[in-house]
Structures are given as C-alpha cells and as structure tokens.
Design a protein around this ligand. Structure first.
Ligand code: ADP
Ligand code: TYD
Length: 219
C-alpha cells in the first residue's frame, strides 16, 4: 500500500488541530495506519526548536533566523518521521508544511517566496503533499478563537496587519493548485469534518492509480 501525505494549512485559529483529531479518528476506524505530526515540532529536535521559535521572550529574533529555524525543524521531521512513514505505506497528516513558511516568512515577513523555497529545498527534496486542506478564515476570527483558547505565542502576538498578510498570502499561494482543497473555515466543525472525510475517502479509493508521495531515498 502506498503512503499518503496530507497537510492542513491555514491561519492561526482556523481549526487545523480540531480537524486533524477528527480525521485521525476516522482513519483509525477504517483500520488505516496514520501518523500525526506538527510544525514546528514533531520530533525531539523539532520540539526543542519549536520552544525557541514560539517563545514570546525572544523578541530580538531576526526574520532570517526565524525562517532558518522553521526550515531546520521541517528537515528533521522529513528525515525522521514523514519519509519513513510514507515508505511504510502510512497516511501522514501534518499540521502545517512548507507553504506555512512561504506565507508567514516569505510573504508576511517579506523575505520572498523564492528565498524561502530555496532554503527549504534541501530538507524536503522532491517530496510533496498529495493533498493540502486549506482552511480559510479571516485574521480577526482566527485570533479571536486563539485568544479564547490559550496564551498567545510569539507569532500569534504579531500585529493584526501581519495576520491579514498571512490570510491574503494563503489565498495567493494556494489558489488554483491541483492538490489543494479549499475549506471555508467559518463553517461548522461538523460540516468541515464531513468535507475533509469525503475528500480523503475519494483519495484512498483512487490511490492505487497514483504515483507514490515519496520520490527520493533521502530528503
Ligand atoms: P488551529 O490548529 O488552526 O490553530 P484549532 O483547531 O486549535 O485551530 O482551533 C482554534 C479554536 O477554535 C479552538 O478553541 C477550537 O475549538 C475552535 N474551532 C475550531 N474549529 C472551529 C469551527 N469550525 N467553528 C468554531 N470554532 C472552531
Ligand atoms: P501552530 O502550531 O499551528 O500554532 P498553534 O498550535 O498555536 O495553532 O503554529 C505555530 C506558529 O508558527 C503559527 O503562528 C504559524 C507559525 N509558522 C510559521 O510562521 N512558519 C512555518 O513554517 C510554520 C510551520 C509555522
């Protein structure tokens, strides 16, 4: 059985973690083995990097340092978790992937999409998600939900203008791509769950006909 690489993308508070839990429950019921992971993080090294990147005390962090730390966490996750799981035929569901860096660091921080793509290239190689669920939500609603849920981390504490650039950036970067499924994040948890489940069901039914998600031995 081929592996399947699914990514959830969207602004902070769009509902990614909520939907990943629901999708995991569904896949477990069908008996399909799945691996859930998150960015930054997902490995011991990646979680250590996460605690640096998101710590609100590190106000002095430069934008380039931030971009490199996200790329470092991702490279480790690819090598240690994602590539081996796909090779073993599992479904990998990742809370964010390289498009988060393209949008947050490339567009919202202004480092440029090409620069961010180039920095991430050695870590991800030719591996690409089979399917990206883009949960679209306004910056106001996303941040409102986050504030209700927990203390805001270093990125969430950025200005509303920064988060508006993130919301616009996602629409620009993900629009029209064949692997992207658009989800209206203002819809109910249950309606979103159904839509995601139907799309995954379709892809599992079709998976025998497609190229594998893993194309290189090493990232
Ligand atoms: P993310 O992982 O994208 O940051 P979460 O899944 O943690 O988002 O959701 C952020 C908050 O919004 C949580 O309190 C969650 O219960 C709530 N939430 C998630 N999806 C919805 C939805 N469709 N409608 C209303 N609230 C939602
Ligand atoms: P996330 O774990 O989704 O935050 P939360 O658990 O609070 O919903 O993501 C952490 C933050 O890092 C989020 O604000 C988005 C940001 N981020 C980037 O700026 N670039 C990246 O490459 C990634 C993966 C995340």
């Amino acid at each position: 059985m081929k592996g399947m690489f699914i990514v959830m993308e969207g602004p902070d508070g769009s509902g990614k973690s909520t939907q990943i839990e629901l999708l995991k429950e569904y896949l477990n019921e069908t008996g399909r083995e799945c691996v859930i992971t998150r960015e930054p993080g997902g490995t011991v090294i990646g979680e250590a990097v996460r605690s640096i990147i998101l710590n609100p005390e590190y106000e002095e962090m430069s934008d380039v340092t931030e971009m490199l730390l996200y790329a470092a966490s991702r490279a480790q996750l690819m090598a240690e978790v994602i590539v081996p799981a796909l090779k073993a035929g599992k479904v990998v569901i990742s809370d964010r992937f390289v498009d988060s860096s393209i949008v947050y660091q490339g567009i919202a921080r202004g480092l440029g999409m090409d620069t961010v793509a180039a920095v991430n290239q050695p870590g991800i190689g030719e591996n690409r998600p089979d399917c990206i669920f883009f949960i679209d939500i306004s910056e106001e609603e996303g941040l409102r939900r986050k504030k209700e849920q927990k203390n805001l981390d270093r990125m969430e504490q950025e200005s509303i203008d920064f988060h508006a650039m993130v919301s616009r950036g996602y629409r620009e970067v993900l629009a029209g791509r064949e692997e992207v499924v658009y989800i209206d994040g203002s819809d109910s948890v249950e309606n979103i769950r159904k839509k995601i489940q139907e799309e995954v069901q379709k892809r599992i039914a079709d998976e025998g006909k497609k190229e594998p998600g893993v194309k290189m031995d090493r990232p």
